[in-house]
Each structure stands twice: as structure tokens, then as C-alpha cells.
Write a protein that binds this ligand. Structure first.
Ligand SMILES: CC(C)(COP(=O)(O)OP(=O)(O)OC[C@H]1O[C@@H](n2cnc3c(N)ncnc32)[C@H](O)[C@@H]1OP(=O)(O)O)[C@@H](O)C(=O)NCCC(=O)NCCS
Length: 137
């Protein structure tokens, strides 16, 4: 991702997220963000932050018009492959109600390692986060 992708990334985030990241949040993560492009248009992005020997998937999103075509899986495979070799484990948090994302993560080898009660705001109150992890070794 570079600065010229920012508007497209923010537009996808606002379409897809219940609590969208701000422009500033994306600006701080430019170096950690990969975009996926179809016909010269940004149709998705993933933010993976690496620290020490661990990484965290902080955000991933595919434009609604381009979902269920394998792009989310391709993007996630790519960002995990591109991580430095010293990164042995990747973590993420996901809403318990986000079945599409949980299915994607499970399909590519993530497993639940914890649960954070009432972690996310919803229209009706709060919901738990699943903490999931996968070895990269
Ligand atoms: C989650 C998300 C990134 C998946 O992207 P995608 O490109 O549609 O996913 P893919 O086409 O690569 O699908 C890969 C796997 O994910 C799962 N999956 C994707 N969409 C699904 C759906 N609507 N229902 C159930 N499982 C689904 C399936 O296991 C699928 O494998 P399969 O095709 O063999 O069944 C996309 O739905 C999205 O952007 N959602 C909104 C943002 C979001 O929730 N991000 C996650 C925050 S934690």
C-alpha cells in the first residue's frame, strides 16, 4: 500500500466495518498494510503488524462486490508468506458473530486460543471476541 491507495482503503473500511478505522489509523499503518488489486482497482486490504517473533492481523477487508471469490484467502496467504522468517506465530481477534471471517481463518489453519468477553460494541450491547492463532513454522 502507498498513500495513493488510502482513499480506496478507507472507502472499503467504511462499507465493511461496524467501527471503521480512521484515516489516521491507516496512515500509521501504511508500512504494515497490503492491498489486493483487480483491474487496477484496490478491492481489499490487510494490516499485519509484526513485533519480535509474533505478528498480529489487525484488519482485513474485501469490497462487498468482490467477496467469496477467494481474494480474502489469497491476500491472507500472501501476507503470512511475506512475514520475516523469525515470526513464528500470528494472532488475531474476531467478533464471535463474524462467521465469514471465522470460517476463513479456520480454513487456513487458525485455531481459537482464547475468548474476550464483551470485547466489541454492537447495536444491541456487547459481544465477545475470539482470539485465534496460527503457527507460521
Ligand atoms: C472475511 C472476508 C475478508 C472474507 O473475504 P472473501 O474474499 O469473501 O473470502 P474468500 O472468498 O477468500 O473465502 C475463503 C473462505 O472464507 C470463508 N467464507 C468467506 N465468505 C463466507 C461466507 N459468506 N460465509 C461463510 N464462509 C465464508 C469460507 O471458508 C471460504 O472458503 P470456501 O470458499 O472454500 O468456502 C470478507 O467477508 C470481508 O471483507 N468481511 C468484512 C470485513 C471483516 O469482517 N473482516 C474481518 C475482521 S476480523
Amino acid at each position: 500500500m502507498d498513500q495513493s491507495d488510502l482513499e480506496a482503503v478507507i472507502a472499503i473500511e467504511q462499507l465493511n466495518s461496524k467501527s471503521p478505522w480512521s484515516k489516521n489509523q491507516f496512515l500509521h499503518c501504511v508500512e504494515w498494510t497490503q492491498v489486493i488489486v483487480v483491474s487496477n482497482a484496490v478491492v481489499g486490504f490487510a494490516v499485519v503488524v509484526a513485533m519480535g517473533d509474533q505478528a498480529e492481523l489487525q484488519n482485513i477487508s474485501i469490497h462487498p462486490d468482490h467477496r467469496e471469490l477467494g481474494l480474502g484467502e489469497e491476500l491472507l496467504d500472501y501476507v503470512m508468506r511475506e512475514l520475516p522468517k523469525k515470526i513464528g506465530q500470528i494472532y488475531l481477534e474476531v467478533r464471535v458473530s463474524n462467521f465469514s471471517a471465522i470460517n476463513l481463518y479456520t480454513k487456513i489453519g487458525f485455531a481459537q486460543v482464547g475468548q474476550r468477553r464483551d470485547y466489541y460494541a454492537t447495536d444491541y450491547g456487547r459481544e465477545d471476541a475470539l482470539l485465534m492463532s496460527r503457527s507460521l513454522c
